[in-house]
Every structure is written in C-alpha cells, then in structure tokens.
Design a protein around this ligand. Structure first.
Ligand code: G6P
Length: 607
C-alpha cells in the first residue's frame, strides 16, 4: 500500500526519492509524487500511474537536497494527479505525505474551510497540510504535534516547510515508519527497502512518536515533548536479496526460491537429539507452553490459509483444540479471551493493519500473543510477546508464495514442539523432522516440471471460472490456489472442500468450468476420487494434482500433474507449488501485471 520516503543530506534528493519510491512500488500503488526544496521554493511533481510516468515529468537536473516522496494507493478520492501526494497548505510552503486513513477528515475539513483554507484535492490527507499550516509559527515539529493530536485514524506522516531548511518531521500511528542514519544524511521511510541501498542503521518508530531529522541529527519525542531514547538497529538484509536476478518476474523467482527458503526456516531450529524444535523466540517457558489449552490463529489473505493448514496439524499431532479467525473479524468481535488460550498472529509483512489491531485488542484483554512474521522489526513482530520469524527472505511480488510455505514450516515446528511436550513419542518426532527436512528436495522435484504446468496454463487459461477442490489438510491449500489465480490472473476461482460441491458448486460444472483436484494418498483419497467422478460425469474438465504413478486418477482426470509422495500431513507444502505456478503461467498467458496485480497491495496498512 502507500509508501513514503524523505531525504535530507547533500546529494540530489530527486534521484534518491525516485529510486526509493521505485523500491517501495512492490507494496502496490496507483500514483506517485515528490516535493523537493531548492532555494526556498517547493518543487512539486505528482502523477497518476507508475513511477516511470512521474519520472518522465521530473526535470533531469532538478536541484535540491531535501524533500519527500510518496506512492499512493487510493482510499479517499479517485486516482488522478491532483489526489497524488505530496499535498500542500494554502501558502504552498508546507508539504506533507501521508500513509493511512484520517477517519475524522470530514469534520476537520469543514472546520478548516470555514476558517478560510482552500482545498484542492478530494483526499483525507490534505487536511493534515492545512492543520499544520494553522498551527505553524516557525516550529514545524510543534505544528505537526498539534495536528496529530486532532487526528483520528491511522497515519505515517512526513511534513516539510520551506522555512525550516533541511528539516523533515514525521509522526506515526498505525503506519510503519523508520529513520535511516548515514553520515551527513538521513532518510525517513515507511519501509527499510526504500533506504537499503544507502544506510544500514535504522530506528523503528512506535505509535505516538514524532521524529525530526536533518542531515546531521535526529530527535524523537512524544506529543508531550518528552524526548525518547531509541535503539539503533542494523539491517541484515542485503540489497541483492531484493533483486529479480535472471527471472522475468519476482513471483517466478520467489516460487523457485522455495527449495532454499524452506531450509532457511528450519536452519538451527531442529533438535535432532531430542526430536523437537528449538524456538527460543517464543519467549515462553515449557511450563507456560504446557499450560496452553487452546490456540486461536489469526491472519489475513494467504497467511490465513497457512493458519488453517496448521490448525489441522495442531489438533492432530498436539491434540490442542485450535481455531482460526480472520483478523479483520476478530478485532471487532469483542472476542472472549480465556485463560489457557494462546493466540498466534500470522503476517508476512508484519504490518497488516487488521492483524496488528487484532493483536493489540487481544493484548488489551490480557491474552498472550505470538507472531509468525517474515519482516524482522515489523510492527506485529515487535508488539507480540514472542514469535517465530519465517526467514523466507524479502517477498516482493504482491501475491505471496514463498512466505506461505515458510509460514507452514515455522508453524509445523511449533506444532512439533507442542506435540512432543504432550503425546508425541521421540520416534514420531524423529519421523516428523525427517519429513520436514525432505521437503526442500521434493519441492525441487516439482519445480523441475514447471514446464508441464505452463502447458496446462496454456490449455486452460481461457476459462472464466475455476473450482479448486481438496479435503482435510489440503482444503485450505485449495482455497490458497483459488486466491492465487484470482490475484494474479484475474480469473474467478472458488476454493471448496471437495465434499461440499454437492451443496452448490456442482451446479456450476459444465465443459467450460475446469476443476483442479488436490488428491493426496491419505485417508480421504477415495472420497476425493468420488467427487472427481461426479464432476467428470457432468462434463467438467478435471485437472488432478496427485502423487506419482497413480493409474486410477489418470483414468478419470483430463490432465494429471504428479507430485512426489509424502506423509499425509506434509502434502500442503507440495500441493501448493503447482497451484502457484499455474496462477503465474495463467497470468503470463493473459498478459497480466504479475508482480503488481491491479488494485492489490502487498502490505495492507489501511482498512
Ligand atoms: C495482502 C497481500 C497478500 C497477503 C495479505 C496478508 O492482501 O497481497 O499476499 O497474504 O495481504 O498479508 P500479511 O503481510 O499480513 O501476510
């Protein structure tokens, strides 16, 4: 979603802001803009569309060594040049960029208009520029603090004034913000990826904090002007991890990376001798873990489907009743929090606003919350009691792939630990670890046959509707497969339990509606086969993802893609790979913007 960057130093701000915005574009956006100050004049360039379009209207040698930039993902007001950020006050001397949503913008706008302020955009964000103007008496930091005290909603705000040379002021509430420190220059941004090429030392701002930076210094305080001492952290991420390499798309790269990324999730976390997992980040003692009576996992999007897979596993191997709930529902539902219930929030980005708010609501009710996140230092990771980093490496494509398998791997290890503390024998634990360790090779086997999925995509990408069907632990994988196809290829797809088709979806079956069945050789195998036959006799094209050498399936299905055999609990890791590839190749066939699908955002930081 929106991305934000500010720079002050001695280099060309234009170049740094534009390249920073380019690094942030993976988050999803629809317009972009920069405001650079030179000789007391604010030079503003804003454009709907991609960064390249903005770049084409910015003069090559635009002078100025401080300024702010923004990628916008529209919430209030349509996508056009005027609604793009930065927004300015009536004098044109103050400029702001804003991530988030100002919920009381209507009343603030009415009040400001009565006071004589003239608005030029339809955005909620513009009220911030005019409020800063109304409080500004030479001290920009004071004016921003006074402004945020009136705002309801979420924000990450940057403000500059031409009268305060080389100063940028930022405030955070619910939208991530970091300061990056380098010699004689400073950055302030919504995401480390924007600054990674220039600085390794960062400070993460918390909600309620206000930062003021200039090339030589930074200060952080709260709205009551109390100065706050913050720890400087070193980013371990390397720039090359964020590059596309030889792949045509990030999505394809990230799908192929899963052989390595899954091994990274396991590295150093397996205790072979005791046949359990070592998860020190949980910050919970064995006694506390043993006292857990129930688990609720909350998440959104792909992370939610990973959670649903793991709920099956936790109940099965650890015998702990486990439920899952969408974080967007949980946060507003006034959940009953009982002693003995452990909550787990799963989020690749660690910034999804609904999941973050659910974590905060649960903590207000006294619940212990663990996080499963990819981004070190992200809000959800920092605000939870402990957790597991999934270590999948940066995921740039909007559609999540390698994070899904690594979320599974991280939570499978958690399930192993919980199971070993309860009913699972040492020998079973050993077997479980072996199965986990074999996954990388099996994923590699599947990826070697990516061209077969490409052929299937060519054959079927013309269909307007798909059904994805699975049962048991593979049911959430079917949901994920349908989500992937919708996200990147814009094809309508429904994920269903294969058993449920008789209660509705079978009415959709005809020769133009393909069904993709996930058929693993588990205790539900014959049931899935029956559902496949029911589709086939109604002329529905059937694609089966099944295990090696299965003649029975080949006789029913029109097309079969074979995956290696595995223990039944481990099929989700393998089943999902062909589904990711299928979505990718369908998107490619249909000429879709694979890495940045329309209307979607990588990190959903607004409601
Ligand atoms: C967005 C992304 C999805 C992601 C979901 C949850 O919709 O496009 O890929 O699964 O948010 O994000 P999270 O970062 O919390 O896992």
């Amino acid at each position: 979603m929106c991305g934000i960057i500010g720079y002050c130093g001695s280099r060309s701000a234009t170049r740094l802001l534009l390249s920073g915005l380019k690094r942030l574009e993976y988050r999803g956006y629809d317009s972009a803009g920069i405001g650079v100050v030179h000789e007391n004049a604010l030079q503003l360039y804003k454009k709907a569309g991609k960064i390249e379009t903005l770049q084409s209207i910015v003069p090559d040698e635009l002078e100025g060594n401080w300024g702010i930039g923004h990628n916008r993902w529209a919430t209030h007001g349509e996508v056009n040049d005027i609604n793009a950020h930065p927004h300015t006050d009536c004098t044109g001397k103050i400029a702001i960029c804003h991530n988030g949503i100002i919920e009381n913008c209507e009343s603030l706008r009415n009040r400001l208009e009565i006071e004589g302020h003239r608005f030029s955009s339809q955005t909620d964000s513009e009220v911030i520029a005019h409020l800063v103007e109304s409080f500004y008496e030479g001290n920009l930091e004071f004016a921003l603090k006074a402004t945020v005290s009136l705002l309801e909603g979420t924000y990450g705000i940057l403000a500059i004034s031409v009268d305060n040379p080389r100063q940028i002021v930022g405030a955070r509430n619910g939208s991530p913000m970091i300061i990056a420190i380098a010699d004689n220059e400073k950055f302030i941004a919504s995401d480390v990826s924007a600054v990674l090429a220039h600085a390794k030392q960062v400070i993460y701002l918390e909600d309620g904090e206000v930062a003021s930076i200039n090339p030589d210094n930074y200060e952080i305080s709260d709205v009551r002007n109390r100065s706050i001492d913050k720890k400087i952290e070193i980013i371990s991420l390397e720039l090359k991890e964020m590059e596309k390499g030889n792949y045509s798309h990030y999505m394809l790269k990230e799908i192929h990376e899963q052989t390595d990324s899954i091994s990274r999730a396991l590295k150093g976390r397996i205790d072979e001798k005791q046949a359990t997992a070592l998860l020190v980040g949980l910050n919970m003692s064995e006694t506390e873990l043993l006292a857990v009576k129930r688990i609720t996992i909350t998440a959104a999007g792909t992370s939610f489907y990973a959670a649903r897979v793991v709920a099956y596993l936790l109940e099965k191997i650890a015998r702990i009743p486990t439920t899952t709930e969408l974080s967007s529902e949980l946060r507003y539902r006034n959940p009953v929090v009982e002693r003995g219930t452990l909550y787990i929030a799963v989020s690749q980005s660690g910034e999804t606003i609904d999941t973050l708010m659910a974590v905060q609501e649960l903590q207000r009710k006294g619940a212990p919350v663990l996080s499963v996140s990819n981004v070190v230092g992200s809000s959800i990771a920092r605000e939870s009691h402990g957790g597991i980093y999934i270590h999948s490496g940066p995921e740039i494509a909007v559609a999540s792939t390698k994070a899904f398998t690594n979320q599974l791997a991280a939570m499978y290890m958690f399930a192993l630990k919980m199971a070993r503390m309860r009913h699972m024998a040492w020998s079973e634990g050993k077997k479980f670890i072996k199965n986990l360790s074999n996954l990388s090779d099996k994923i590699g086997e599947i990826l070697k046959n990516a061209d077969k999925i490409e052929q299937l995509a060519r054959k079927y990408s013309g269909a307007k509707n798909f059904l994805f069907l699975g049962r048991g632990i593979n049911f959430p994988v079917a949901l994920e497969g349908a989500l992937k196809l919708k996200e990147v290829a814009y094809i309508h797809a429904e994920g269903y339990s294969a058993a449920e088709i008789k209660h509705g979806p079978i009415a959709l079956i005809n020769s133009r509606t393909p069904s993709i069945f996930l058929v693993s050789d588990d205790h539900l195998y014959s049931k899935v086969l029956t559902s496949m036959k029911e589709v086939k006799v109604r002329n529905g094209p059937v694609i089966a993802i099944s295990t090696e050498r299965n003649e029975q399936i080949s006789r029913i299905a029109d097309d079969v893609f074979q995956i290696p055999k595995a223990e039944e609990d481990f099929y989700p890791f393998l089943m999902v790979i062909p589904l990711q590839l299928f979505a990718y190749y369908c998107a490619l066939e249909l000429g879709c913007d694979v890495d940045q699908p329309r209307n979607l955002a990588k990190s959903v930081t607004v409601e």
